[in-house]
Design a protein around this ligand. Structure first.
Ligand code: AMP
Ligand code: ZN
Length: 157
């Protein structure tokens, strides 16, 4: 195993609050969230930057981001929208060299709390936050009758 922190999270060797995983992807809470629910989606197989990422896996990462953003709307996080952000490379301020998609829930009128969250990056209760997202995913699965993110054997973390 390399010394990549996200590879270690994927392997269960470093702590993280996972909200979803399947054969190809893993989603977990950001340790320094900009807002409650801030989630990172990573491919399980290490890729440092977009340059190294299989395009089909990249599409699945975005698909997962889409799904988690919808789950945030359907959960007690009561999101009205989300920022989906991927910083590709150090030139783009990528700080963890394992590609990841940020999904940050947004609410109408949250400009000030969002700016504060951006400065403070304080953790919120991770268990209740992850439960809320998992519940949103389950609600979504009931609505459209699908389990995972259309990758492979989807399962709840
Ligand atoms: P970026 O600047 O796009 O590379 O974002 C890296 C993100 O990873 C930041 O938002 C960090 O707070 C987050 N992060 C770093 N280490 C961990 C960790 N061990 N568990 C969860 N999130 C992390
Ligand atoms: Zn890695």
């Amino acid at each position: 195993m390399n010394d990549c922190v996200f590879c270690r999270i994927v392997a269960g060797e470093a702590p993280a609050t996972k909200v979803y995983e399947d054969d190809l992807l893993c989603a977990f809470l950001d340790i320094r969230p900009v807002a409650r629910g801030h989630t990172l989606i990573v491919p399980k197989r290490h890729a440092t930057e977009l340059e190294d990422l299989d395009a089909d896996v990249g599409a699945l990462v975005f698909r997962a981001g889409h799904r988690i953003a919808l789950a945030m709307r359907r959960s007690s996080l009561a999101a009205d929208g989300a920022n989906l952000v991927l910083n590709d490379g150090r030139a783009a301020f990528q700080t963890v060299p394992h590609i990841h998609l940020h999904v940050i829930p947004r609410r109408h009128g949250d400009k000030l709390s969002f700016a504060k969250g951006f400065l403070l990056r304080r953790p919120h209760d991770p268990q209740s936050t992850a439960d809320a997202i998992r519940t949103g995913l389950a609600t979504l699965a009931c609505q459209d009758d699908t389990e995972g993110f259309g990758t492979q054997e989807g399962m709840q973390a």
